[in-house]
Design a protein around this ligand. Structure first.
Ligand SMILES: NC(=O)c1ccc[n+]([C@@H]2O[C@H](COP(=O)([O-])OP(=O)(O)OC[C@H]3O[C@@H](n4cnc5c(N)ncnc54)[C@H](O)[C@@H]3O)[C@@H](O)[C@H]2O)c1
Length: 423
């Protein structure tokens, strides 16, 4: 007899929740969306239409949904950063297991509160560290776990955010003000600090140091001829790589963010240009926004076994990408997720040789985050169904070290000193 699908509710029918919920459309036998909560009527209606949710299963808030007796197995919580804790606590209490977006919360105390609440009510909380599921990182982790390069001595990661992603997310966009969302390190690179902790699984991070600042994107650096809005008073729009018209219309990048405020209007190009000229926050000059998050940051970590890790986040790069270089006692692994392959090297001390190199192809899929988004949703459905955990599974407990590295790095950056991680 076929088993019944796992039932789930969408909390916050935004970009992220809707992307994970797609698993229900691809595998209706495994996963079914039965309700939605979102104060935005357009998004609520759109989610209801896509997942065939009846009107009495559409709620305005997570809190309202959680006040009903439990009616589904799990909740996909894709609300914005500062709402993760206030929306998750009532859901855990009401009986739902959770798939929760990262960063878990803006402070270590909040992460701990969530962990305690999940433990108290016996709920599973999985964090959306989608990169663990990208075939690129999953294959690297498997090789490390198999001992192919020995014990890790040095873990080096770098995220090159790119000029257009920096502008849309961290200068003009939703993650530009730390007190309203998170630090840029937590918002963008809690994935990388998680990957570092995951690669070192079982070894505790002990000390962290970090430097970084908002160096580029502030009014005193505005180039001559720039204005307040690209399409209103800027004389250098035609040559500026941050031009809103170029990024969001001509290059066609980041429409999901740039047109968020008008997404229900289905604007044509002229309508979009008018929106950028008038009240769309994404029409602002990148040197004239109210952003306060850093635009570059470097992090160093020491682990209890004496090994070290570094992470570099650079906002305004030309080419986006994530690099990783792991150096173990007997070999090394190096790659850039955008290249679709990584290499494993071993020493080769024979005369005429120096090292061996094996190239491993890991092409992802059309899914976001190098194929990680769809795989994470599938793993969540499997775990909810009582199936085995995968190598990538991101339980809350397992995600804490990566977050602690990030919080401590930000404390170090602000305080200008090396800080011990409290575990
Ligand atoms: N895993 C990743 O790689 C990744 C990538 C991008 C963003 N994120 C994170 O995902 C989260 C969501 O980002 P997004 O861009 O999808 O956000 P979004 O703004 O598109 O969606 C959030 C939705 O939550 C709704 N909402 C607000 N209050 C609510 C409440 N009380 N109850 C229910 N719904 C409520 C909003 O109306 C909105 O539709 C953020 O925390 C973000 O940092 C993760």
């Amino acid at each position: 007899m076929a088993s019944k699908p796992i039932t789930a509710v969408i909390i916050g029918a935004g970009h992220r929740s809707m992307c994970y919920a797609r698993h229900a459309l691809r595998h209706p036998d495994e996963f079914k969306i039965v309700a939605v909560a979102d104060p935005n009527p357009h998004r609520r209606a759109s989610a209801a239409k896509i997942h065939d949710i009846p009107a009495d299963m559409c709620f305005e808030t997570a809190e309202e949904l959680a006040s009903r007796p439990k009616f589904a197995d799990a909740a996909i919580n894709g609300t914005m950063d500062r709402l993760h804790i206030p929306t998750s606590l009532p859901l855990l209490k009401a009986g739902y297991h959770l798939l929760l977006e990262k960063p878990i919360a803006p402070s270590a105390a909040d992460v701990l509160l969530l962990q305690e609440t999940a433990q108290k009510y016996g709920r599973t909380v999985m964090i959306c560290h989608v990169l663990r599921y990208a075939p690129f990182y999953a294959a690297i982790r498997q090789r490390v776990a198999d001992g192919e390069i020995g014990d890790l001595v040095s873990v080096q990661t770098q995220e090159n955010v790119s000029y257009h992603h920096m502008a849309v997310g961290f200068i003009r966009g939703k993650w530009r003000i730390e007190d309203e969302s998170n630090s840029m390190l937590m918002a963008k690179c809690c994935h990388d600090t998680d990957l570092i902790a995951w690669m070192k699984s079982g070894i505790t991070p002990k000390k962290v140091a970090s430097f970084g600042s908002l160096m580029q994107f502030k009014p005193e650096n505005a180039p001559e001829g720039s204005g307040k809005r690209c399409l209103v008073d800027c004389k250098i729009e035609e040559t500026c790589p941050y031009s809103a018209k170029k990024n969001y219309i001509e290059q066609g990048l980041w429409g999901m963010y740039a047109w968020e405020s008008v997404e229900h209007l289905n604007l044509d190009t002229e309508g979009k240009l008018e929106s950028l000229r008038t009240d769309n926050p994404f029409g602002r000059c990148v040197w004239q926004c109210d952003n306060d998050v850093v635009d570059h940051q470097a992090v160093i970590v020491e682990f209890e076994d004496g090994s070290t890790a570094t992470h570099n986040m650079v906002g305004g790069t030309s080419r986006p990408g994530r690099w990783i270089h792991l150096i173990g006692t007997t070999g090394e692994i190096q790659g850039d997720i955008r290249d679709g392959f990584f290499v494993v090297r071993h020493m080769d001390a024979r005369a005429g040789h120096e090292y061996s190199e094996e190239k491993i192809d890991v092409t992802g899929s059309e899914d976001g985050h190098g194929g990680g988004d769809g795989r994470l949703a599938a793993d969540f459905a499997h775990i909810m169904a009582g199936k085995e955990h995968s190598i990538s599974t991101t339980s809350l407990e397992d995600s804490v070290y990566g977050h602690l590295i990030g919080f401590t790095a930000d404390d170090s950056r602000r305080q200008g000193r090396v800080i011990e991680i409290k575990t």
